[in-house]
Structures are given as C-alpha cells and as structure tokens.
Ligand binder design. Sequence first.
Ligand SMILES: Cc1cc2nc3c(=O)[nH]c(=O)nc-3n(C[C@H](O)[C@H](O)[C@H](O)COP(=O)(O)OP(=O)(O)OC[C@H]3O[C@@H](n4cnc5c(N)ncnc54)[C@H](O)[C@@H]3O)c2cc1C
Length: 326
Amino acid sequence: MTKIAIIGAGLSGLVTAHRLKDHFEVEVFEKSVAPGGRIATRYADPFRFDHGAQFFTARSNSFKEFLIPLIDQKAIARWDARFVEYEKNQIVSRRDWDDEYPHYVGVPGMNIIGRELAKDISIHYQTHIEQITFDGQWQLTDQHHSKRYFDWVILTLPPAQAQALIGPDINFHHQVSTAKMQGCYSLMIGAEEIDLGWDAALVKSADISWISVNSSKPGRDAYFSLLVHSTNRWADQNIDMPIEQVTDYLLDEVKMVIAQPMNIKHAQVHRWKYANCPKQAGERSLIDNKNQIAACGDWCIRGRIESAFLSAEDVSSKILESLKAV
Ligand SMILES: Cc1cc2nc3c(=O)[nH]c(=O)nc-3n(C[C@H](O)[C@H](O)[C@H](O)COP(=O)(O)OP(=O)(O)OC[C@H]3O[C@@H](n4cnc5c(N)ncnc54)[C@H](O)[C@@H]3O)c2cc1C
C-alpha cells in the first residue's frame, strides 16, 4: 500500500489524513504535544483561553457538511455574541450575531476540534520533522535523527516552515517561498468579572484589533477571561520585542479601549509568528507529481479555518486522482 506522510496536525493536516486514510497508509507528524495547530486553547487555572482562532463561519456546502457530525456531538456550537465595533475607545456600532450568518466555536474550547479529528488517525506528537530528502522514496528525519520512509509527503505547514524543508527542484517552491504570513500577539487576561455590555469587539485605530470575552462563549466555565489580539501590523513591526514589554504595551491598549477599571489576576502573551495571511489568488493546494510531494493549508487561500479545510479537501482530491484511488 502507498505510504503517505503528512507533516503538521493542524486542521488541514487532520482533514487530509481523514480523506486519505481509507486508501493509503497514512501517518501524521506533529512537532507539538497536541493536535489543532492554530486552533488552540491555553489553560491557566482557573482561566481558559482560545488564544489562536476565535470562531469560524461556514460558507461552502462541503464545509457545512463536514461540521454536521461535530455539531451533532456538541463539539461545536454557535456563539451568538453581542458584537460591537470600537473606533479607538468609542463604540461606533452594535449588533448581535444571529442565524443569518452563524459564528461557530469549539465546546468547551477551540482545541476540541483538533482532538475530535485526531481520533482514528496515526499521529506522532512531539516529532519535529527537520529534514526530508527524496531518492525514489522520501526519507523524513526528526529532531532525534530518527528516519522514516514514505512514498509521498504532504506539507500542511505555514509556508516559511514548508520552505525550510524543500529545495528549488520542487515545482511549488516559488509559491512557498513568496507567500507571506502575518504575525499576531494574543494577550490572555483573567480578571474579576466586569460588565462590558458586549461579548466580542472589533477595534479600529489602535494597535489591538480584537477583544473577546472568552468566557462568554458557549460551554465555558464561569471565570471571566478576555482574549485580545494585536493588529498583524503591530506584531510584524515588533515581532522580536521581549514578551514582558509586549504584555505591558497590550495591557495599556486594552485599558485605553475599554476605559473601565479591571482587577487583573492573570496576564500572559502568546507570540504567533505565522498567524494569518491575506486572500490569495492561486491554486487551493499544490502538487508535484514527479517528486511525489504536495502542500496545503490556509495560506493557499486565506487565513481562515474554512480555507484550511478547503485547501485540505483540494489536495486530497489531487492525490486520489494522481494515485488513481478514486
Ligand atoms: C491569533 C490567531 C487568530 C485567528 N483567528 C481566526 C478566526 O477568528 N477565524 C478563523 O477562521 N481563523 C482564524 N485564524 C486562522 C486559523 O487558525 C487558521 O486558518 C487555521 O487554523 C490554519 O490551519 P492549518 O492546518 O492550515 O495550519 P496550522 O494550524 O498552522 O497547522 C500546522 C501544524 O504544523 C505543525 N508543524 C510546523 N512545522 C512542523 C514540522 N517541521 N514538523 C512537524 N510539525 C510541524 C504545527 O505545530 C501545526 O500544528 C487565526 C489564527 C491565529 C494564529
């Protein structure tokens, strides 16, 4: 049976593994301890934070269909947030998210999505693939210098990390080397409860772009928590700033925007070097049949959960077609 290695257990890697596992021998390699990638939840007892993706929407029929079992088993629910827009520290608009355009979250945390999808898939965690070389077969080498052999490799990593693994002989090397990702800082705040009058806020004309009352999402515990994102622009300009300095700066920005006293019990920042990417015009996924390697991920389409899914679906169809398994 054809052996396929998928590098990365974010949403695109997990969806690709699901689509291919009944046709081939599939193994997934993930450098961190858990699945989900940028769909992540951080625990800082008693507080919980979704410090990566906040929510997602579903426009395509295939993504809507994919969500049905997760909704049925209550791993995903709608978040009907009271939504506001701030212009610096002034609220300029208000509306409630509703049926017209549902916003979904994982329950009780965004990380449940990766956990559910990781079931029934062979995943090697804490396995950082540092080198891949092709000589009729692919040889993967991890951080412990262990070597494993596969017929095909699928890269589901942000482009800079994918580029580190491939050479210019791969036909999508150019796309991988020129795709740009933007950074983001996530500030996690645990505090005594205050009434802001909203659950989610888009912020303009500041160095933060988003504040959510994380604890207002469905199925969360009662501890009041806020999740704040810096703008991508500020993060890129300050990506090497010491994390304590970033924390202080972003705390000042939040206090400026919400203009209410807060009794803060916990504050922590996570740095996402590769968080997001603007809309792309090219193919939804990339394949090099001669070299038996492919790549997918949100960055092929747009920095969104649904894009990661659509890119994975696309690469899976291309592999099935290429190996005539359809
Ligand atoms: C702060 C932030 C906020 C966001 N907000 C939203 C939002 O509100 N709505 C929305 O729709 N989207 C949002 N997104 C984007 C969304 O999270 C992504 O589009 C989606 O999760 C990307 O999935 P992916 O599988 O393509 O990549 P990833 O999730 O990045 O998966 C790649 C995986 O590869 C692993 N990896 C990397 N290198 C190696 C290696 N050498 N060896 C082994 N494993 C490796 C990584 O650890 C990771 O698990 C947000 C992202 C961030 C960071």
